[in-house]
Design a protein around this ligand. Structure first.
Ligand code: M3L
Ligand code: AKG
Ligand code: FE2
Length: 414
């Protein structure tokens, strides 16, 4: 029996935590204390250590802390499955707790605690919810793009009626939006009110200093270059908020004149190139905190906003990007790092900018009345070409949590 289980254990690659140490050698040292679930196929093996339980299930080696195991107990007295909320008072758990007994069958881990309480875990559940399991998964599946990838994907626009009236239309739209960070709705009546109806179908509108639904022409009514006819280089908006707006909706209601095309660039595609070419620069961009700032004193508008955070924001456990802040217009004085770091940061920023400016990464579209564009402002940069004539643009920002909420309720991974 032991021979067979050891043979099985030898098939696994070396432990990710100790790359130099073959798994087999660790097992030989620890062999007398390994247990495994008896029936074939042998999918699970475990052993108790001084302060944690080591569990191998399917392809995952998990190290589970005893307090964690007590804290996540899903028994009726510890967890209320109706509201999906914990009833257990975590602060009442002895930090030196250790299970009195451990047993594993084909699908379940059973732990008996010193006070007799029994905790059961589905092995499948642990595989998905442990740190080691999470680390292997992405939170947000995406397709990174340059202009060619995006064009070749032939991502369809969704028709306004299908978007408003059917779950399939909405789901298709949101799936495109989650994968590419941009999505279009067609045949929208060219008014601010109709644009608002679209926005409300997927989220709550995020009211900001620019209003709820904003509407602008090149009338200099606000102290920002957006309210001119000038070209705007690629950027993300509201970098000067502690939480930049998650989504931006654009709907061009009128343009009598030339130019004014919209530029879109996938910031995560560019960042992925930086990671490949210069991982230390990617790391710097994800670690150095920066300020962005908006100071306005025009007419009755008086605002002073400051947002702090790095250019690239990643989940620390899997290094997955979730937010890029990139706005060279609104970047504030750098006073958060010493001079030598500043210089390396400028070099890293240059590498990223070079990627963002590659013509092959630029997607140019002309927004027309009837075609609304949704942009993931945490991922995709936008800009515009200079223009002549009269141009009216309306839109709004959306709260990100609520867009993702809608997507999850439709069964999408968001
Ligand atoms: C869309 N709307 C015209 C309302 C906003 C303009 C905000 C522009 C600002 N520089 C930023 O990038 O955040
Ligand atoms: O005028 C445009 O097309 C976009 C301007 C802009 O960057 C913005 O409104 O956030
Ligand atoms: Fe903008």
């Amino acid at each position: 029996m032991w021979g067979r289980s050891l043979a099985w254990l030898f098939q696994f690659p070396s432990s990710p935590r100790c790359p130099g140490l073959p798994w087999g050698r660790r097992i030989l040292l620890a062999a007398p204390r390994w247990h495994h679930s008896a029936p074939e196929p042998l999918k699970c093996a475990w052993q108790l250590h001084g302060d944690h339980l080591e569990l191998r299930y399917a392809e995952t080696l998990m190290r589970l802390d005893f307090v964690w195991l007590r804290d996540h107990c899903r028994s009726a007295s510890c967890y209320n499955t109706k509201p999906h909320q914990r009833s257990l008072d975590t602060a009442s758990v002895d930090l030196d707790i250790r299970p009195k007994a451990v047993r594993v069958d084909e699908a379940t881990l059973f732990l008996t605690w010193p006070d007799g309480h029994v905790t059961r875990y589905g092995l499948e559940w642990l595989g998905r919810n442990s740190y080691e399991g999470q680390k292997q998964q992405v939170m947000h599946p995406r397709i990174l793009w340059n202009a060619e990838i995006y064009h070749q994907a032939r991502v369809p626009s969704v028709d306004c009626r299908s978007f408003l009236e059917t779950d399939e239309g909405l789901k298709e739209f949101l799936q495109n939006f989650l994968l590419y960070g941009i999505a279009f709705v067609e045949n929208v009546a060219p008014t601010k009110e109709d644009t608002e109806i679209l926005a409300k179908r997927i989220s709550l509108i995020r009211e900001t200093i620019y209003g709820r639904m904003w509407y602008f022409t090149s009338d200099f009514s606000r102290g920002d270059t957006a309210y001119t006819k000038l070209a705007l280089d690629r950027h993300t908006d509201t970098t000067y908020f502690q939480e930049p707006c998650g989504i931006q909706v654009f709907h061009c209601l009128k343009h009598e004149g030339t130019g004014g095309r919209t530029l879109l660039v996938d910031g995560f595609y560019a960042a992925a190139q930086v990671l490949q070419q210069a991982p230390e620069q990617f790391e710097l961009l994800s670690k150095v905190p920066l300020k962005h700032e908006y100071v306005e004193n025009v007419g009755d508008c008086h605002n002073h906003m400051i947002g702090v955070g790095p250019v690239l924001n990643v989940y620390p456990w899997n290094n997955e990007l979730y937010l890029i802040r990139y706005n060279n217009y609104d970047r504030a004085v750098i006073n958060t790092v010493p001079y030598d770091v500043v210089h390396r940061w400028y070099a890293a920023h240059r590498t990223l900018t070079t990627e963002l400016r590659r013509p092959e990464n630029e997607l140019w579209v002309k927004l027309k009345p009837g075609k609304a564009l949704f942009v993931d402002n945490w991922r995709v940069l936008h800009g515009r070409e200079a223009f002549t004539g009269y141009r009216q643009l309306c839109g709004c920002y959306l709260t990100r949590d609520d867009v993702l909420n809608t997507a999850r309720l439709l069964g999408l991974q968001a």
